[in-house]
Design a protein around this ligand. Structure first.
Ligand SMILES: Nc1ncnc2c1ncn2[C@@H]1O[C@H](COP(=O)(O)OP(=O)(O)OP(=O)(O)O)[C@@H](O)[C@H]1O
Ligand SMILES: [Mg+2]
Length: 232
């Protein structure tokens, strides 16, 4: 299965969702990041046609992959997809993370409209409602987006494709941690804390214990969200 994770908006959880929701649940899937080379410099490096050519070639050689498209490259990627007509067919699905802030909902609408314009059918597009606070009603917090989809059914939104706010993602950011693996880790931190010689060592172990507990708590949510995506 080949999935593109995309949204015109930055900070909606594309990388988080590629790494922690999708890749671990697709056999042998690797994550390819299309981020600006100079991500920390003001001026984004444009995605060049030659790189897109390479990406297309690479996609022909692998079975399972998740392509994480950094916000600064989305526009270029989509215009290249129009140029290389039919190249969107290299992807089985386009997963669009979205968050409640109105600006991000509007960007999500723009992303949907653009994917539709390229000719990607609703059946190959999925939304993931991210950063949903516990107990909030998606139909209320994503009202702008859902109203748009009702009028223009460019995707089939499932309210069950939701992820709550969870600090685990910050804790493991930039590492290759697999949350399901971490949740299963059986290290007896309590015993280690009891015999640790000083406070600072105890605190380090306590942090690890807390991170594992968070992982154990979030994995069922990720499993449910993935199942609700109904990727086949
Ligand atoms: N469900 C969540 N709960 C808490 N924090 C989250 C959640 N999803 C994402 N984050 C955090 O929000 C920030 C942005 O997420 P992420 O880097 O995945 O976004 P992005 O869409 O890939 O951004 P960019 O377009 O800049 O690449 C990160 O610090 C990440 O840890
Ligand atoms: Mg990212």
């Amino acid at each position: 299965m080949k999935i593109a994770v995309i949204n015109f908006s930055g900070n909606v959880g594309k990388t988080t969702i590629a790494r922690h929701l999708l890749a671990p649940r697709i056999t042998d899937a690797e994550v390819i990041s299309i981020e600006s080379i100079n991500a920390d410099v003001d001026q984004a490096t444009p995605l060049r046609g030659s790189q897109f050519g390479e990406l297309q070639e690479y996609l022909q050689t692998v079975d399972n992959v998740v392509v994480d498209i950094g916000a600064s490259n989305v526009e270029d990627l989509l215009s290249l997809m129009r140029k290389y007509r039919g190249s969107h067919e290299d992807f089985d699905y386009f997963v669009i993370p979205t968050v409640p802030a109105l600006k991000q909902q509007q960007d999500t609408i723009a992303t949907l409209a653009e994917l539709s314009r390229i000719g990607i059918p609703a059946a190959r597009i999925r939304l993931v409602f991210n950063l949903v606070e516990d107990g909030t009603d998606i139909s209320e917090s994503f009202d702008a987006l859902l109203s748009f989809i009702k009028e223009h059914p460019m995707t089939r939104a499932s309210m069950r494709c939701r992820l709550g706010v969870n600090e685990i993602y910050e804790r493991v950011k930039g590492t290759s941690t697999d949350l399901a693996e971490l949740a299963k880790d059986e290290t007896d931190y309590k015993a280690q804390i009891a015999v640790a010689p000083d406070i600072s060592e105890k605190l380090v172990l306590a942090q690890k214990l807390a991170t594992r507990r968070l992982a154990a708590g979030v994995v069922p949510e990720l499993d449910d969200c993935f199942a609700a995506l109904e990727l086949s």
